[in-house]
Design a protein around this ligand. Structure first.
Ligand code: FAD
Length: 407
């Protein structure tokens, strides 16, 4: 295969390019990106990037590689600010407006787009946070001392609340479900994480929806489903993301909340693979279809998809125990595995009292997930146990031994 085209110039796309060269691929590589920016790292955008800086200091985005490395060392042709608009799998061409780009191997890494609240998009103080441009807008509002309302107590919303509170600003978080992070970690540990908001002075209001947002004289009035209203200068909508697949509609690829792939990240269409937040693939380790929006899997999938796309005869499946982290106030939340609801057991710490908490998730007779708050030294051990796999009883025994050693 002579031509590799990678659509989506972010984490998964960049890792695809790097892995192709590392595997010895000598053909042409074109990296196509909708944004004007060089590939940059997103997690800092809702964390360090929002921190207050001493006067005169300018916030900087974390660009993964300078342009010279991308062009000269990796030998990639960069087409930035050029959203792909279509795919013709018969002619093996990616369309970018009128332009057509031929590929022998294609990696789709177009990620996801933040969901907005319908009807509020035109309001000056209402933002989502997915891109660097979004982060600049949110940062500027925080610099101006914005009273902040965050809609959605997921990771990104909660991190923005943390950032605003660190600056001493008034923050309200509105969450429709009974606790933060319910979809990602379940209700028991979501409620444990809610304590972090309460203890840090964020006004967390769960079980409430947003009816509408009214913009009056530069102030946004967020009207909630119980009839109450909160005034804000900045509203950040953090209600999830949608896989960026519109450009693939009608291409013949199977789209179902993401680009559907097999174990090898192969779409079933000759030469076409997908990676990162946009990919829904079959994870053999859990024998189920998954679409993750996590940094680690996006990076790993980018590399696997490129190798498999270029060397299909030696294609390897991508299997993983999902992992993500999130930083709230001065705490780090980490989660591995899947948030099974069969049983959740807190094996270390009391969420109301202790900084460090460890909880395990049971699915049938085995360990399926683990969550830690400030448990950096143990979380990867649980990831290893889930990978093995490990029975629930053995996992509890392991937790007991850890507790005894720590004590
Ligand atoms: P993306 O990073 O979404 O990149 C896709 C790229 O494709 C974008 O640049 C987009 O502009 C481009 N694109 C879209 N459509 C087209 C098109 N038609 N043509 C060309 N280009 C296109 N994960 C964690 O595990 N821990 C964290 O703490 C964490 N924090 C995060 C904080 C924020 C604010 C955000 C937004 C995400 C965070 N994540 C975190 C998730 C992590 O950043 C993502 O999983 C990762 O960025 C996914 O990489 P990706 O390359 O698949 O997609």
């Amino acid at each position: 295969r002579k031509n590799l085209v990678v659509v989506g110039a972010s984490l998964a796309g960049l890792r695809a390019v790097e892995a192709a060269r590392k595997a010895g691929f000598q053909g042409t590589i074109t990296l196509v990106g909708a944004e004007e920016h060089l590939p940059y790292d997103r997690p800092p955008l809702s964390k360090a990037y929002l921190d207050e800086l001493p006067p005169g200091e300018v916030p900087e985005a974390t660009v993964f590689r300078p342009e010279s490395v991308l062009r000269d060392e990796l030998g990639a042709d960069l087409l930035l600010g050029s959203p792909a608009t279509g795919l013709d799998p018969v002619a093996k061409e990616v369309r970018i407006g009128d332009r057509r780009l031929r590929y022998d191997a294609l990696v789709i890494a177009t990620g996801a787009t933040a969901r907005s609240l319908p009807g509020s998009e035109h309001l000056a103080g209402v933002h989502t946070l997915r891109t660097l441009d979004d982060a600049v807008a949110v940062r500027n509002a925080l610099d101006a001392g914005a009273r902040t309302v965050v809609v959605g107590a997921g990771f990104i919303g909660s991190e923005i609340a943390s950032g605003a509170r660190k600056r001493g600003l008034d923050v309200t978080v509105v969450e429709a479900l009974p606790a933060p992070l319910v979809r990602a970690v379940g209700e028991v540990m979501g409620s444990a994480c809610a304590g972090l908001h309460h203890r840090n002075g964020t006004d967390l209001r769960c079980g409430l929806g947003v009816e509408r947002i009214e913009g009056v004289d530069q102030v946004e009035r967020v009207v909630l489903s119980d009839g109450s209203a909160v005034e804000a200068d900045l509203v950040v909508v953090g209600i999830g993301a949608t896989p960026a697949t519109e450009w693939l509609e009608g291409s013949g690829l199977r789209l179902d909340n993401g680009v559907v792939c097999d174990d090898n990240l192969f779409t079933g269409v000759e030469g076409v693979y997908a990676a990162g937040d946009v990919a829904r693939w079959h994870n053999p380790l859990f024998d189920r279809s998954m679409r993750l929006e996590h940094w680690t899997s996006a990076a790993d999938q980018g590399a696997v998809a490129a190798r498999n796309a270029l060397y299909p005869a030696s294609a390897k499946p991508y299997q993983t125990v999902p992992y993500f982290w999130s930083d709230w106030y001065d705490s780090r939340i980490q989660f591995v595995g899947v948030p099974s609801t069969d049983e959740v057991r807190i094996v270390e710490g009391d969420p109301d009292r202790d900084r460090r908490v460890v909880a395990l998730y049971r699915e049938g007779g085995r360990l399926a997930g683990a969550l830690t708050i400030n448990g950096q030294n143990v979380i990867m051990k649980y990831r290893g146990l889930i990978m093995k796999p490990t029975s629930w009883d053995d996992a509890l025994l392991f937790a007991e031994q850890r507790r005894a050693t720590a004590a």
